[in-house]
Design a protein around this ligand. Structure first.
Ligand SMILES: NC(=O)c1ccc[n+]([C@@H]2O[C@H](COP(=O)([O-])OP(=O)(O)OC[C@H]3O[C@@H](n4cnc5c(N)ncnc54)[C@H](OP(=O)(O)O)[C@@H]3O)[C@@H](O)[C@H]2O)c1
Length: 320
């Protein structure tokens, strides 16, 4: 019996390490691009995938704007990035995506003080309950609507700086998502309720919005020198679950510990979409593991839903 247990233990450890070296190992962005005299914005760059993305862009010489809601957390990240990369062109600009006023003020501030924009990385995201300052569901408001307005306000500067790119961090959780336009127009949210399951559904819906937004944006950018991509970063150990309930976190922590990878690996597909030369013809596509996902579900390629979401978002933001 003891021998069998030992054999089972040894086999499990072996299989686990095999998984780590194969399925769980994410490909790295191969681009060697240098970014001197280029400017990038990364939203939610004070921690997680956003921070490692900003770190890599800074290492390549870019001027990097950390668009974050909390000055203290952003400045701690800036210190670390400057220390690690030796690039002191790393700047904090206040952006709270849960407030359309804050998005507008960020854009004004940026457009007044910066002459170019080469990369806009829409990275920030959350899975929390609550409402934004403007009364939208928090997940829809931050993950989709705030980034929608931000991109719209910066589009002319992106065009003037072309070739430039907009990269939006979505998730494979989009597969569980749908866009309920009825719920959106009546309740300004993608789903009602705030238990853990409903929050996950809401998050999945918002990630489908990220993908549809990118799909529609690519169409609207045709003929310009701006391209756009959405992506799944992988299953990454970050702070994204920090506001989930205690029991849920307890249940997930061994899974995250064993099967999720570090935030530097999580930045690789974002970096690929931002930097890889020759992917311009794939504008509007959804990437995972540094490659376009060919067999994406049809709901993420729904032309009518993408257009409707765009128009509704414009009206929510007072743009139409
Ligand atoms: N981790 C994963 O396995 C995974 C998988 C698929 C997709 N993603 C996506 O990857 C992206 C990055 O997430 P992460 O995993 O790195 O999570 P994270 O560690 O929680 O980082 C999220 C970032 O978003 C910022 N943020 C949240 N609300 C904001 C607001 N209202 N205004 C401005 N910034 C705000 C956070 O700022 P504070 O620190 O101030 O809260 C933080 O900097 C998200 O879009 C997420 O949906 C992650």
């Amino acid at each position: 019996m003891m021998q069998e247990l030992l054999l089972f233990g040894a086999l499990s450890v072996g299989v686990y390490f095999l998984l780590l070296m194969t399925v769980l190992k994410l490909p790295r962005c191969k681009s060697t691009a240098k970014l001197h005299r280029k400017t990038a914005i990364v939203t939610g760059a004070n921690t997680g995938i956003g921070k490692t993305t900003a770190m890599d862009l800074a290492r390549r010489g870019a001027r990097v704007i950390l668009a974050c809601r909390d000055r203290g957390r952003a400045e701690a990240a800036i210190q670390e990035i400057i220390q690690e990369t030796g690039n002191n062109q790393v700047i904090f600009m206040q952006l709270d995506l849960a407030s359309l006023k804050s998005v507008r003020s960020f854009a004004d501030n940026f457009l007044r003080s910066e002459s170019r924009l080469d990369l806009l990385i829409n990275n920030a995201g959350l899975m929390n309950s609550g409402k934004t300052e403007d009364g939208f569901g928090m997940i829809f408001g931050v993950n989709h609507l705030g980034h929608f307005l931000l991109t719209a306000l910066l589009l002319d500067r992106l065009k003037a700086s072309g070739p430039s790119r907009v990269v939006t961090v979505a998730s494979k959780a989009y597969a569980f998502g749908k866009v309920d336009f009825n719920c959106l127009t009546t309740h300004r949210d993608l789903v009602l309720g705030s238990n853990t399951f409903q929050l996950f559904l809401n998050y999945s819906h918002s990630k489908l919005c990220n993908i549809l937004f990118t799909y529609e944006l690519a169409k609207r950018l045709q003929g310009s020198d701006v391209t756009c991509y959405s992506l799944h970063p992988g299953a990454i150990k970050t702070e994204i679950g920090r506001y989930s309930g205690f029991w849920w976190r307890l249940f997930l922590s061994p899974i995250i510990f064993l099967f999720f990878v570090d935030a530097e690996s999580g930045a690789q597909t974002t970096l690929h979409c931002a930097l890889e030369p020759g992917i311009e013809h794939l504008s509007g596509h959804f990437f995972t593991q540094c490659s376009p996902l060919i067999n994406i579900e049809s709901k993420a390629r729904d032309d009518a839903a993408a257009k409707k979401l765009w128009e509704l978002s414009e009206s929510f933001c007072g743009l139409s």
